[in-house]
Design a binder for this molecule. Sequence first.
Ligand code: UT7
Length: 309
Amino acid sequence: MTNADFERIVDTSDEWIVSRTGIKERRIADEGIASSDLAVAACEKALEASGCSREEIDLLIVGTVTPDYRLPSCACVVQEKMGLPNAAAFDVVAACTGFINGLSIANSYIASGQAKKILVVGVEKLSSIANYKDRNTCVLFGDGAGAAVVAGDDTGRGVLSTFMRSDGNMRELLWIKAGGSMHAFSEEYAASGEDKVLMNGSEVFKVAVKEMGNAARHVMKDAGVDQSDISLVVPHQANIRIIEALARRLKVDLDKVYMNISKYGNTSAASVPIALDEAYREGRIKEGDHIVMVAFGGGLIWGSALVKW
Ligand code: UT7
């Protein structure tokens, strides 16, 4: 869906969207395609890239706020569609930090010996929860999925540090009011758009810049890796201005910060793994590189991971 498509449905312009967000296009899944289908496509590629078999996967973690159903988890549906006979499966509801929180959990499971090979997925069909009458939010979101196989070895490479934080006091800055156990779905809520994403963009923006900066610094300090030794920052793709402000805060050159927001918009939990995958396939990540992933989202919630590739 291009900015021109949005010009036809809400009062907006390509100029506003590009200058305020950096977004030019987003991918929108067809009707009848659920988050699990997007996740399966990403998982297939991750398994292929890793050479790992379906039988070897002992845990599947899916970061998403757009599961196929309210019950069961998206992970259980993905497990069935993928055919992972030996895996436990659960969702992580951590909005845009879903992949990073999943990676952090995977790292702990492997370090503690509770699992050996873990599929971590970030997936969203945000088009299912976007309000296409609200120009403040609908132009931002896209659908997508990214996945990684996480496994332990003794090379000294891998996840060096992760960091997770949240502050539920700010939950109403980015939320869906209706449809849960607090406010059951109703026609009234649907008419007011309160069954879809509501966001105070400018307030979220400020916290995002500050806390993503803090989170990125935290993992570098924890792992004892200097900012000058970071090869690439892979940030959540919510807004190009947030990414640029983050780079300034971290004193990292923009050419060391991966950006693909113009093509995908904000894909929430899928954003970091899609960016990581594209960066890798473009040759921007090499063995031994220090990579910082950092994200921020509804909760409010934020987190980071430092990986030696
Ligand atoms: O995914 C994780 C969390 N999410 C984020 O990190 C998103 C953070 N926030 C943002 O990226 C930005 O705040 C937005 C892109 C959402 C908005 O940009 P902004 O520069 O903060 O704009 P604003 O909300 O302060 O709105 C400025 C003006 C308003 O008009 P008035 O009230 O000044 O007349 C809005 O109504 O821009 C207007 N506006 C639009 N105009 C044209 C808002 N959306 C649009 C639009 N097209 N699509």
